[in-house]
Unconditional design. Sequence first.
Length: 474
Amino acid sequence: MSDLVIRNAELGGVPGVDVRMSGGTVTEIGHGITPAGAEVIDADGGAVLPGLTDHHLHLHAMAADAVSVRCGPPHVRDRGDLTRALERAQADDNGWVRGVGYIETVAGELDSSALDTLHGQRPVRIQHRSGAMWVLNGAATAAARLAQADHPGVERDHTGTPTGRVWRADTWLRERLPRSQPPRLANIGAALARFGITTVTDATPDLSAESQQAIGSAVRSRELPQRVHLLGAPLRGDPDTVAGRVSVGPYKIVLADSGFPDLTELAHLIRDVHALGRAVAVHCVSREALLILLSVFDEVGSVPGDRIEHGALIPRESLDDVRRRGLRVVTQPGFLAHRGDDYLRDVDPRDLPDLYRCRSLIDAGVPLALSSDAPYGPLDPWQVIAAAVDRRAPTGDIVGLDERITAAEALDRYLAPAGDPGGRPRGITVGEPADVVLLHVPLDEALRVLSSEVVRSTVLDGIVTCAASVDNSD
């Protein structure tokens, strides 16, 4: 691992700063650092920042999504579009077609029979845009043996026959599909690096041993160069931490909007997680789910690190309750830019001010982190930051005017460590890991532009991962 010097950069608002990285660590910061055989990048006045952290995404779902057929807007808008997309779709090695991004505006409520009318020749499974449900056609329903299944997520009609709709059962369903290896993550790592992301939190619940091993292997080989924080690691066992580049975070619990858990069972689970020394990260997207969660915390107590994932709808009267319990919120305002029109059309107007809060959470003293929820939301952190700033739906309408924050505040929500979402933003200091992002422009300009085009280079462990011009002449 060779030394690297970034010179003539803006750091903390100060121009003309040089940064040396050696052995994966920042070793020197100053002016006029002698390269002494190191590789050199001339920043030409561009800002250098700590690498960004996406505090909630799903790595293998992103990789699978990239090779899946698009089943919703803007690619597919009606039944005809969907039929043609499924006919053209390339099946996997087992002959299955995998679709993603479906929404009811395309062809209404899908079930097995409705999907058969669109494409019944091959096994097809389509994921709803929310990520909460899969719809299987007749061939897929038979192959997955849904008629013999006892999982509560398998929806049935009044006769007990599976409808082909399966709710919140990704891991279970995967085990009933033809065997396949976890998708490769090289393209995902490259995409993350292009955006300046050096650390991610994988929020997939109940990761299988195979999935954990695949992530660890990808990190070890640098196929996935980012550091990874896992929420889905099992409560018991010792997952491969890959020399500190893969870490274990709070334990992911899903409060599914399709059916709420028994309060006693939820309390027992959270109590058990806390007893094992882990915090909890609770998927919570509705008013009802939030109230259930807060009532359970009243019973079992909270511990540092407990967090709410999404917080899609937080009533104003609950803000102080969230703060008093010491909870933090990891949210995704990028959904406003992608789905704001749907919210304006479908959400009760009284609830619109409560969607994807930012300003009020910060003002209430609740630690707030931003993230993508990719592949279900936009991965580009600069788009998410822009959405937190302007909160514009695709039509241009603003969703939650009073919840806007500044670009600098939004960027800070990507700079906190994975283990402390919403905490103090990281800086570039001697002794810290050499995970940095070099921009083409000074930071003030980047915060005006809010585009990933400002990212010039991403350095992970002192290695330039996203290309920049390197000068060895010194």
